[in-house]
Structures are given as C-alpha cells and as structure tokens.
Design a protein around this ligand. Sequence first.
Ligand SMILES: Cc1cc2nc3c(=O)[nH]c(=O)nc-3n(C[C@H](O)[C@H](O)[C@H](O)COP(=O)(O)OP(=O)(O)OC[C@H]3O[C@@H](n4cnc5c(N)ncnc54)[C@H](O)[C@@H]3O)c2cc1C
Length: 419
Amino acid sequence: MRVAVIGGGVVGVCTAYYLAEAGHEVTVFERYGNVAQEASFGNLDLMGPASLRPWALPGTPSRIFSMLFRPESPVAFSAQFEPAMWRWIRRWVKECQLERFSHNQRHLHRLAAYSTGLMTELAQTHQLDFQQRSGVMVMFRTARDLQQAQPILEMLGQFGSEHELLEAQTARELEPALANAAPFHAALYIPADKVGNCPLFVRQVKTLAQNRGVEFQFNQEVQSIAPELGGVSFQVDGRSIDVDAVVVAAGSDSARLLKPIGVGMPLYPVKVYSASTAIQEFDLAPQTAVFDDTYRVAMTRLGNRIRLAGCAEMGSSTVNLHRKAISTMVKVADDWFPNAANYRTANFWCGPAGMLPEGVPLLGPTKFGNVFVNAGHGSGAWAMATGSGKLVADMVSGQTPDIDAEGLTLARYGERSFQ
Ligand SMILES: Cc1cc2nc3c(=O)[nH]c(=O)nc-3n(C[C@H](O)[C@H](O)[C@H](O)COP(=O)(O)OP(=O)(O)OC[C@H]3O[C@@H](n4cnc5c(N)ncnc54)[C@H](O)[C@@H]3O)c2cc1C
C-alpha cells in the first residue's frame, strides 16, 4: 500500500519505520526541514517508562493550584479565559481520580512495556548509539510529596518495575554531586530506566527507515485531509496527493487536521520548556537524571552540557518564553546542582506537546478505514514511540497487533464529540 505519515517527530518516524518493515511504500511529510524539530526536539531525554510522571495523577490538581501564585510553579497560565483550556482542565481533573489513574496506568504500562522491548531490540540489532545511560532518580522534597506519589509506587510494584525508595543519605551516595543544602525528604531510584538523546535517536531511525525505502518530504505542510472511497487524498502546499492510507502523527497539530473530517479528540497543546547549558564544574554536575517531583522539572547530563526540561504553560501558542517557567527551571537547577553551570545564561526553548486529559495516547483507525492516528503521547512519547509505531503499522496492514489495543484507540470515547 502507499501510506503517508504526517509528522516527522519520534512518533511519525517510528511509525514510518515499522510500516516500511511491513512492506509498504511510505512517505513522511514534515513541515520543517528535518525530523525531530518540535516536541521531540525539546524532549528531556528520559526514555522511561517507570520514571515518567503522568500529569493525570491523584493530588496533582490541588498541588498545582496551591502553587499557582508563587513566583515558581510547575504550571504557568497565559490566557485565563480560553474556553478550550478550561474544558481540557475540567476533564483532566476527573482523570486525576484514583480509579481513573489506575485504569489509565494499566493501558500505559502495557504499551510502555511493549515499547521498551522493541526499543531494546532496535538499538541492539542496529547498534544504535544515542548516548544512552541508565538510572533515574525522582526527588521528593517533603514527606507530603512522597505521600502523594504512593499511587505511582504501588503501580511500579504491581507492574514489577525495579525501584528503590532511598533515604536522603543513600541518595547522596548514588548522586554525590547533589548540593549539601538540597532540600529533600527521600528519593525514588529507578535503575533500569534510561536517558538518551531523543533527536539523535530519531535521526538514526530516520536513516534506518530510508534504508528500507521510506521517502521524507521536508518543508511540506499538510493543509487538509479528504478520505475517499478506497483511498485518501490530502493537500500539501497547494498540491493534491492520493494514497491508500494516511497516519496522522502530527503531534499537537493532529486534532486540527482531523477536526474538519469529523474526528474529534480532546487534545490540547501545552507548551513545555527545556534548557541547555555548558557544564562549568564537571564534578558538581549530575551523573544521571534527576526529576524534581514538586516542580516537575528534570535535569540530566548530556555530553558536556546539562539539559533541563519541564514546566508547562497553558493558553499560549506563541514561542515567547514565560518568565515564571524560566525562574522555576533556574530555581530547581540551583537547588540541586548550584555550582555545576550558570543556568541564567542557558539556551531556553519551548514547544507544544499534544496532551490528552487522561495521558494515554490515541492509536489506530478513525471512523474512516484509511485514516489512522498516532498522537496524544503528551509528556511520555519516547517511552511509547516504538510500540505505538509498530501497533499502528500492524493495524494499517490489517494484522492483529502484538498487544491488546483496548483503551488505546478512539473507541474509548464512544460517539462523543470534542469539537
Ligand atoms: C520540553 C519537553 C520535554 C519532554 N521530555 C520528555 C521526556 O523526557 N521523555 C518523554 O518520553 N517525553 C518527553 N516529552 C514529550 C515528548 O517529547 C513528546 O511526547 C513527543 O516528542 C511527541 O512526539 P510526536 O512525534 O508525537 O510529536 P512532535 O515531536 O511534536 O512531532 C510532530 C511533527 O509533526 C509535524 N507537523 C505537525 N503538523 C504538520 C502538518 N500539518 N504537516 C506536516 N507536518 C506537521 C511537526 O512539525 C512535528 O515535527 C517532552 C516534551 C517537551 C516539549
């Protein structure tokens, strides 16, 4: 079949790779000049899956709202009266209830476990080197923060993910560069979780895909999609292109492309921040990845640089940097590794990540048999990209996926509309 993939982020590129493996003639359409230019570019590089912190977690709404008026907080708001934003928040608050959280986590873990296996296989088979390292530490500043993370700890136990709760002293032995004054109660150590360079990984998978015949068309923005009997056509920069099937993997833009053909999903573009700065004192820089659970900012060492990411901004679609997000990231870095680098002169970046209130991505067919979706991975796409790509490729090919797709498809919304 001739299959078009819209979007050259980690999700689109992995999907294209597995589609080509299945024998399809695949073309990727990407509006920028290369792969991994949007959310996959800003990615902090946590490959998860156990260390990724879902936004839809019990206790998170009250914690976020209580910090909202402080100079530093995990979320900043730019627009106060945007109806789409408030609709999304209302749905997200419901998904933070314990029962919904457990339900969503079951689907996420199934997909993440499948993905981790595929990712390991891909990296070993093709000897990919994208600066992978193991070990992630989640820091709890207070006993209350640790208490709020109980549902996560229970899930890790339930799914057999190796993890260890460390007292502050033991955490310091594992990560000796932590500042003496760093304010924390305990740390969760996840030894098997990995960190790596996401854009580098995407470029390597792109090469593997090209070797299997995938064509990449860059600087090509898809304007609209028109499903037809037995095929689908779409408009790219004034041209009309006909294919047998299309996979929409356009990140935060996926909902905008699908809405005109009557496919609704509660996807909201949340702006997420990252920063990169040169290490000045190597002995005082993190050895691996550290995630501040209170401010939802993570730090890691990548070569001779420190990367920071986190902080969500809602209600803005511009590339302007929000002052609160910057001061939150600088505060977190200063609290944990104050003398490793000068964070005030870091290169700050922000970009949209397409978030669903429940945090579980949407994979597979739409109501049109030849239009498929692979979107809504929110803050954890990298942990799920290979699994999502293979699962969608299997569905496009008419094959039974290797894992149960229940809860991962649009069917979970029934006939409801989100327009
Ligand atoms: C700052 C930050 C830190 C993060 N940290 C982590 C992390 O540590 N671990 C993790 O797992 N996840 C993390 N995430 C989330 C993760 O990066 C995203 O979930 C993931 O990159 C989404 O991949 P994607 O391919 O769906 O989207 P994107 O990478 O955004 O790719 C979508 C692509 O589609 C293209 N596109 C959109 N519309 C069109 C169109 N009409 N025509 C043509 N092309 C189009 C865009 O240009 C873009 O290149 C982070 C996200 C951000 C922003």
